[in-house]
Design a binder for this molecule. Sequence first.
Ligand SMILES: C[S@@+](CC[C@H](N)C(=O)[O-])C[C@H]1O[C@@H](n2cnc3c(N)ncnc32)[C@H](O)[C@@H]1O
Length: 340
Amino acid sequence: MVGALELLTVYLGERLGLYRALHAGGPATSAELAARAGTTERYVREWLEHHAASGLLEVDDPAAEPLARRYCLPLGHVPILADAGDARYQAYNGTEIVRAARWMPEVAAAFRGGGAPPALPWAPEGRPEFNRAVFLNLLARQWLPAITDVDLRLRSEPPARVADLACGTGWSAIAMAQEYPLISVDGFDLDADAIAAARRNADEAGLVGRVTFTAADASGPGMSGRYDLVTIFEGLHDMSRPVDALRAARGMLTRPGCVIVADERVEDQFTAPASIEEQYHYAWSVVACLPAVMGDPDTAATGAVLRPATLRRHALEAGFRDVEILPVTAGMLRFYRLTP
Ligand SMILES: C[S@@+](CC[C@H](N)C(=O)[O-])C[C@H]1O[C@@H](n2cnc3c(N)ncnc32)[C@H](O)[C@@H]1O
């Protein structure tokens, strides 16, 4: 209960800009922070007291009068709570938990009736760009360089062509194009709004011409083009027909070429009780990832717990010769190479 309730208070800090205002303007009383963030002093005072009591913030003198106390964000908490450009940023999890909870009555109805709950609108918070900073900082600076032959191909002539399936709002495609100046990247996603956002993000990054985005079903018959590398980052388990998508990806490869998949780093087999990381992936699977793919009558109904053996089975069924787990250290993701 303490952890769940604390995440709701993190939602308020993130959504109202309280962390950012406290960091930007420095230590503040409740009245000062309320004024900086355009909020009401009495609410902000309770939030500050909770956050200090919980160790998320520090208070200069707990014995001072409530209105005189000054609060600050400890330096080590700044990247986690106040800097959305840092790969360690986690405050969006407050938003994620609130959004997931909003959906639960529909998920409960879907448990009874089957099928998928209706799509959940992103409003009022907007999309949490949870992989933005991670991809911009790590994907093409650390993770792909750890796959030596792929890294070399992306740096070499003739310029490599990359297809990024389930690209979401485009940050993986943008990160690759920024770090590998020769390549061009075509991103594809089922979600037309995500594709519109991806185009805006690429425009702002100055990558027009080198990165394109298309709304398309990666498992549909329309996928075409020839690519040296096809990538699927945190997207395969979200597809209702992963085998069809892998078959399409295989058909898009030039020789030699490969598909790189990154998906959740789950355990090799069902374990109970499992690690805390496995518990985390299972919980998201129950409340969000599995429900999202249940609307397709031919769904593989994968869920977030996509085990290496399942991925291998899907890949072999799609015609790949081999699946290799790559030695890439990538937080909660595991990298796979699929060889045609
Ligand atoms: C968890 S998001 C990941 C997005 C992005 N790769 C990232 O890591 O930020 C999963 C994405 O898969 C997309 N998706 C699901 N099924 C798809 C399909 N059949 N074809 C293309 N995209 C699909 C969703 O629209 C969503 O954007």
